[in-house]
Design a binder for this molecule. Structure first.
Ligand code: DAK
Length: 258
């Protein structure tokens, strides 16, 4: 892969968009490589995934404007589907995901971050959906995920105006869950990922599925989804060992993901 790197460090996967000459902008090759990298994430090994951009200036500065500028209607729709399929693959990845956003996260970059479960930002981070200023709508799920994450009124204000949001405001409106100096952002993301990775992986994956799927349906159905996932955790090695350790008043062994 030319523009996407994937590595694993102690059960934590790190996926890096690495096209710094174009501020990590997403052309179709980057999007295809992201898809390929996501296919490499093995939940048997990786318990949490961090998504980042190379360098300090940009997480991802959007879809590639040069490439998009000459698309026909049909090509635009195809490009939108390519991105949407990959971002949905990221959103529904069985393990938790954290976007570590340093610098610009605009357009497709903001949408990439919003496809992750949790967003941590650098103090220098800037978010926004500038598409209406370019004569298009957000095309990788921005209209849908932003409204769900920060509420309909706030999302519409940002989407209609194309206004950029700096890190402190992003934190205040719930677009991100933490803001850190540039130098410590990745350490903080690793700390959070390691904390997640230290919990029972089958249970953590079930929680992600319960939240994601439950939010798509009414409460009566949602609670049944939770019941089923709750039940699925029983008889696992980790459930048995952790509860036995509690009852025997001893420290539990590390979870084995079985
Ligand atoms: N695409 C391509 N190249 C980009 C880019 C982008 N989005 N952003 C930056 N670059 C390139 C610049 O062209 C420049 O390249 P060279 O000229 O050096 O070759 C290099 O990165 C450095 O950028 P600047 O020289 O502009 O750096 P500055 O510090 O001056 O400014 C900036 C940084 C982030 C403020 C500025 O680069 C900027 O405004 N970039 C564009 C941000 C933007 O508008 N992003 C949103 C793109 S729209 C859809 C599917 C998808 C989408 C929509 C619809 N459907 C199919 C319906 C998604 C749309 C978007 O993401």
């Amino acid at each position: 892969m030319e523009f996407v790197q994937f590595s694993v460090k102690e059960n934590v996967g790190i996926l890096t968009v690495a096209r710094p000459a174009a501020l990590n902008a997403l052309n179709d090759q980057v999007i295809r490589e992201l898809s390929e990298a996501l296919d490499q994430v093995d939940p048997g090994v990786v318990r949490c995934l961090i998504v980042r951009g190379e360098g300090e200036k940009a997480f991802v500065a959007g879809a590639d404007i040069g490439q998009m500028s000459s698309l026909s209607k049909a090509e635009g729709q195809t490009f939108g589907k390519l991105g949407n399929d990959v971002f949905r693959k990221l959103e529904t990845l069985p393990i938790p995901t954290i976007a570590a956003v340093c610098g610009f996260a605009l357009g497709g970059g903001c949408e990439l971050a919003m496809s992750c479960d949790i967003r941590l930002a650098s103090e220098t981070a800037v978010f926004g959906q500038p598409e209406v200023g370019l004569g298009i709508t957000p095309g990788f799920g921005g209209t849908q995920r932003m409204a769900r994450l920060i509420g309909v009124g706030r999302a519409k204000e940002l989407l209609y105006t194309a206004r950029k949001v700096k890190a402190p405001e992003a934190l205040a409106i719930g677009l991100v869950q933490g803001v850190y100096p540039v130098e410590t952002l990745m350490d903080e993301a690793m700390k959070l990922a390691s904390r997640i990775a230290a919990n029972a992986p089958i249970a953590v994956r079930a929680v992600k599925k319960a939240v994601n799927e439950g939010l798509q349906v009414d409460m009566d159905r949602a609670i049944v989804i939770e019941e089923e996932l709750f039940g699925s955790c029983f008889e696992t090695v980790d459930q048995k060992n952790a509860m036995a350790a509690f009852l025997e008043k001893r420290k539990a062994d590390p979870f084995v993901n079985r």
